[in-house]
Design a protein around this ligand. Sequence first.
Ligand code: ADE
Ligand code: ZN
Length: 328
Amino acid sequence: MTFRELPKAELHLHIEGAAPASFIKGLAAEKNIDISEIFAEDGGYAYRDFDHFLSVYEAACTTLTGPEDFRRLTKAVLEESAAHGVVYTEAFISPDFCGGTDLGAWREYLAAIEDAAAEAEAQHGIMLRGIATCVRHFGPDQAKAAALCAAETAGDFITGFGMGGAEMMGRPADYAYAFDLAREAGLQLTCHAGEWGGPDMVAETIRDLKVERIGHGINCIQDLALVEQIAEDGIVLEVCPGSNVFLQAVPSWEAHPIEKLRDRGVKVTVSTDDPPYFRTTMTDEYEGLHRTFGWIEDDFAALNATAVEAAFCDDATRAKIANKLGVA
Ligand code: ADE
Ligand code: ZN
């Protein structure tokens, strides 16, 4: 089987960040929005560094103005993921970019996204669950508003709550209210940490937000006692190697700590984060891991088994994905 054909689960994918540049360019043209400065000559996204990436990302999101845009986006994203062997995806969906945390609007956006997901499942067999996500640099009050949207719509589709954005803004405790609210609504929790912040940020995120998974988490490698604690506590890392290399969170594939973390007993999974922005796909991630660390089918099957165990879904869904991935 080729790396492309191997069945995969992806737990860390930003729905807006998965929008191909051509898709966003098309919407911008339809709506007469001038964001030509965010595109490179080859048609892809253009940005200098992580902070600039975040502003380009937000400029791209200004073209996603209604539920219909998210319906089309979800359909396109799931079709592309399925073409790379992905059978189960968890996508970060931000109430901030879906109606600006207005609950009525958020419900309409979600209905369109769920509709598209049902269509994609029928056509391509891929399943989607949503993690409602706040944006850290929008501040704690906006995070609370996003958590309220998440709590009100917690259920079979919205199964988790998370936080992305500029990691160095504030401390995790500043966002504890939002995460407490989401947890009390029955949502499972994940948060970006240790992509840019050090081990202290990862440790505080686990302690103050009580998350089960960490987005990235790679910088915990700088504190081996913390690595041991993460392994012991069974905290799962949503590792995105291609994203880390592209954004220079690590200098190269060879320098990426994923194998060291795995070998120290940390539960790791692999995802693309924002594939067109980082010019990656799940196939590229698998190929990179094979090229760099010599990972083969058994290693990928272990990633899938961890992803199934860590998926934010009910047990019937878990059994279904396990079966599709052949890890039952
Ligand atoms: N939002 C989208 N991609 C992100 C990343 N890699 N880190 C933080 N926030 C993000
Ligand atoms: Zn991310």
